[in-house]
Structure formats: structure tokens, C-alpha cells
Design a protein around this ligand. Structure first.
Ligand SMILES: [Zn+2]
Ligand SMILES: [Zn+2]
Length: 342
């Protein structure tokens, strides 16, 4: 069978690998879809000289969904034919974080599929049974893949901001995570102001429910947000970019007593804590992914509220077209991009 590898300098190669047999406690999944996530782009773009030798590379893809086709020994609760999403981390299953389903925060040790272990961009994948979350009826494989990282991350960040229909939520960055946040905040009844530098993505944000959009390549986002909110700023802001200047705008665009949620990763950002945070009485949140139960929760929400996933997911490609999938994703002219295996 074939698995994809990032072999350096933005090249994706399909390379023949052995099909594994499930060990005790594991199941074999026939992959059906695997999402392309912004957090993979650093690994994708790394130069050949930075890469370990081929035998040490791992298959990327941390939004894996598939069908159970083989059970290892000691597997309960799963059957052949089950459609599942993978919560793509192992954990000790005993520490306080594992016990609340946040195996990615395991206090002992954990593997990350798609990073420290082979991920979803392959035809078959062996995974621990406890990482498999049933896909609720009515959710297709590509939507389930989106929920498994980017869209799920956005859902849980918006949930923590907890906006009501009285609130304005300014969302900075309209990549797949920001677009998903726009969709969910709008579905909760909030007025969403979407900020990005891409007119393609701003148009998509409008389709997903943004009331207003701001092109921050030509406008001062903070100033426009203030104009749109009687000079006061937004009750909630969310940064999905990780860019220091944008994080500062997210904080400065929040109203007194407002809430700010940081989702975009990386970089270091400096704040004048007194003027920008303390004296504004802000609540600053960091939100990272979600628990095993949180994956079911976002999947159920998407079905029950008919979240417009067909608008969010703009491109699907077969495994053989993965290079094209990454090239177009990196161009910025996409919503969510998913690889499919049928
Ligand atoms: Zn991701
Ligand atoms: Zn643990």
C-alpha cells in the first residue's frame, strides 16, 4: 500500500509502505478521508536538509477518518464496518488529563499520529481502539475529517468565548480554523466580523455567516471594528493567525470587559499588560484542540444545526493528487481541503 510523505522543499511523495496488522487493543482502519491542516505546512515546507532519512519520516495527516476493517485482540466496543474519526493522540489513560479525554495533554507521554507516528495520509492505518470516535449517522467522511482537528478546534474555541446573539465576535484569520469559527459563532446568533487579507477567504466568510468582513491588507482592522461597534470594540475576539501584530489587534479590538481567545499557534507576542489587558478588564483565553468527547460534540452539533460544511470544504483530492492539494492550499485560495481515498 502507499503512504504519503513530505520529503522536503514542499514535495509530497507517495511511497510504498507495509500494511500493518493490528496489535492488541488496536484496530485497522481503511482510510476514507484525511484533512489538510495549516499546522502541517511547516513540516511540508521544511527543506530536504532538515529532514531525517526516509525510514524515519512519518506519514502526515492528523485528521484521519475511516472504516474499521480488522480488530486486534482485546478490542471492545468496536465492530468491523464501524465508521470512525480518530482523536489522533495516545496517552497513559490514567493521568488527570487522559481521564478527561485530553490525551494530547497526557502528563506522562503520548504519541501524535501524523507527527510522531504515521498519520492519516495512507490507505490503511492501525490505531488504538480508544482513539476511535464513532462518526454519527448523517455526517459524511470529509466533514468528519474536518471536525477531527481544524473545525473541532474552532468549535471549542467559540464555545469557550460563549457568545450570545447580543455579542459581536471579531475573528482574525479566515483559514480553515477561522472560517469554521465564523460559521459556528454565526450559528450561535452572534454578529461576526471576519478579518483577513484574502478576498477569496473573506467572500467565503460571508457565505459562512459573517455580517461584516474587513480586508486588513487595505484597512486598519481595529479602527473598522470600532466604527462598527459604536467606538467600543467587540465583546469577543479570536485570533486564528498566530501572527504577533494580529494578536495585538485582537486584544486591542476587544471592548472593555471583553474576551479574547488565542488559537493560532507559534511566535512570541509582547503586550503592555496594564494598559492593554488589566485596565480593560479583559479575559484572555488560550484554546487548544479538544477532548475525545469534544470530538463527538462538534460532530453532533454540525449535524443537528446543519452547519454548512459543504461551503467550508472547498476542495477534495485523491491521495494521488496530494501535491496539488497542498499547492493550492498554500496559495490561500481555498477553504478546507481534504484528501479522500475512494
Ligand atoms: Zn490540525
Ligand atoms: Zn495521561
Amino acid at each position: 500500500m502507499e503512504g504519503l510523505f513530505f520529503t522536503g522543499d514542499s514535495v509530497v511523495e507517495a511511497i510504498s509502505i507495509d500494511k500493518m496488522a493490528p496489535a492488541s487493543g488496536e484496530v485497522l482502519l481503511q482510510m476514507k478521508a484525511s484533512g489538510v491542516c495549516g499546522s502541517d505546512l511547516k513540516n511540508f515546507g521544511a527543506s530536504k536538509s532538515e529532514k531525517p532519512k526516509l525510514s524515519e519520516l512519518k506519514v502526515p495527516g492528523h485528521e484521519p477518518v475511516g472504516v474499521v476493517v480488522e480488530l486486534g485482540t482485546n478490542v471492545g466496543g468496536l465492530s468491523i464496518g464501524d465508521r470512525v474519526m480518530m482523536h489522533h493522540y495516545t496517552g497513559c489513560l490514567k493521568c488527570s488529563m487522559c481521564l478527561i479525554g485530553y490525551t494530547q495533554m497526557c502528563l506522562v507521554a503520548h504519541e501524535v499520529y501524523g507527527s510522531t507516528a504515521h498519520g492519516g495520509h495512507q490507505e490503511y492505518m492501525c490505531v488504538p481502539a480508544y482513539t476511535c470516535i464513532p462518526i454519527p449517522e448523517g455526517l459524511d467522511f470529509v466533514s468528519a475529517a474536518a471536525c477531527s482537528c481544524g473545525t473541532g478546534t474552532a468549535f471549542h474555541a467559540v464555545k469557550r468565548l460563549n457568545p450570545t446573539g447580543l455579542d459581536t465576535v471579531a475573528i482574525f484569520g479566515q483559514g480553515p480554523v477561522g472560517l469554521s469559527a465564523t460559521m459556528f459563532a454565526a450559528q450561535l446568533g452572534a454578529r461576526v466580523i471576519a478579518v483577513d487579507i484574502s478576498s477569496y477567504r473573506l467572500n467565503l466568510a460571508k457565505e459562512l455567516g459573517a455580517s461584516e468582513v474587513i480586508d486588513s491588507s487595505s484597512h486598519n482592522a481595529e479602527q473598522v471594528i470600532r466604527e462598527l461597534t459604536s467606538g467600543e470594540g467587540a465583546e469577543c475576539t479570536l485570533d486564528a493567525t498566530g501572527i504577533p501584530e494580529v494578536r495585538i489587534q485582537a486584544v486591542d479590538s476587544a471592548k472593555y470587559w471583553g474576551k479574547v481567545c488565542f488559537v493560532g499557534e507559534g511566535n512570541t507576542t509582547t503586550f503592555d499588560v496594564s494598559a492593554q489587558i488589566i485596565h480593560k478588564q479583559l479575559t484572555i483565553l488560550g484554546s487548544w484542540t479538544f477532548s475525545q468527547a469534544g470530538l463527538s460534540e462538534v460532530a453532533n452539533f454540525v449535524i443537528e444545526r446543519r452547519s454548512p460544511m459543504d461551503k467550508l470544504i472547498t476542495h477534495t483530492f485523491g491521495l494521488k493528487e496530494a501535491q496539488k492539494a497542498y499547492d493550492i492550499f498554500i496559495s490561500g485560495e481555498t477553504g478546507k481541503v481534504i484528501l479522500t481515498m475512494d
